[in-house]
Write a protein that binds this ligand. Structure first.
Ligand SMILES: [Zn+2]
Length: 289
């Protein structure tokens, strides 16, 4: 099969997968649609509708029956995939496994509270509001991950002592794995209080949420699920990931621009927002709108 260079690129595949997930969301479990336009080849010159898509739970199986295309594979709602055409797998397994934290939790030791206050300029009220606790066996901060409506999604555990710093406990892999914060619950529906700020880690989000609605991506990936939730909450959106993720931010902004339109901006940070005082954050965010 003759594959054009552009069709080998990861972005090309990701964009097609995003279309498949959007289209597949309308299918019932077990349902198949045939004779639709292929998001990989567009059906060629004659716009031949030869693409088939089947939903099996959270997995969407696809196949293009055009001989010159032949794209085939599976993509999970969480963005993981198996690409049979290129024999490529995403780094995650196709169905990510849920992970539930069963270790007992306790209040953060005073010395650790003091550390967070001194290092990042948090107040004890910030920490209380974010629900941060402590896992004594492995000596890690436990930071809840919640939906925009305050529903529990799991935890991120952060070690103050070892690398890697963060460890994810996602309880339901169907949830978007991002964590939401706001000055008040009311602000999620108050458009006058916009923009929505998109940050990398939860500590930055806790700081930003003193003033703005904020979503922590729990990393740097803006995938289909997170994009759908950001769109649901509404914009405009300011992406303010850490400085070393600036190029990736620009790239992802272009990748998802079709959905976000011109209402998403990327700001270039000098240092992580968790280290910035409130006035600086306000200046950075409002300067970008
Ligand atoms: Zn095709």
């Amino acid at each position: 099969m003759n594959i054009q260079p552009s069709r080998m690129s990861k972005d090309y595949v990701r964009a097609a997968h995003a279309v498949i997930l959007l289209a597949g969301a309308h299918l019932a479990d077990g349902e198949t649609v045939r004779n639709v336009l292929c998001p990989f080849c567009g059906g060629g010159q004659n716009q031949e509708k030869a693409f088939a898509l089947t939903r099996e739970g959270y997995v969407f199986k696809y196949c293009c029956h055009r001989a010159s295309c032949g794209e085939k594979g599976r993509v999970n709602k969480n963005g993981s995939f198996i690409d049979e055409t290129r024999q490529a797998d995403s780094s995650q397994s196709l169905v990510a496994k849920p992970r539930i934290l069963r270790d007992p939790l306790m209040a953060i030791p005073l010395v650790r509270i003091q550390y967070l206050i001194n290092k990042y300029g948090f107040t004890s009220q910030d920490l209380y509001k974010a629900g941060i606790s402590w896992e004594p066996q492995t000596k890690r901060y436990v930071v809840p991950v919640r939906s925009p409506y305050g529903v529990h999604r799991g935890y991120m555990l952060r070690s103050p002592f070892t690398i890697p710093k963060w460890d994810a406990y996602q309880e339901d892999i169907a949830d978007p794995w991002c964590a939401w914060y706001a000055p008040t619950m009311q602000d999620f529906v108050n458009e006058a209080k916009r923009p929505v700020v998109i940050v990398e880690d939860q500590l930055s989000a806790i700081k930003v949420a003193r003033q703005f609605v904020c979503c922590s991506l729990l990393g740097t990936d803006l995938n289909y699920q997170k994009s759908a939730e950001l769109l649901e909450i509404g914009g405009p959106w300011i992406m303010a990931l850490d400085a070393d993720a600036y190029n990736k931010s620009i790239h992802q902004m272009h990748q998802w621009r079709f959905y976000f339109g011109d209402d998403i901006q990327v700001v270039k940070l000098v240092r992580d927002l968790k280290f910035e005082p409130d006035e600086a954050i306000r200046h950075i965010v409002l300067g970008a709108v």
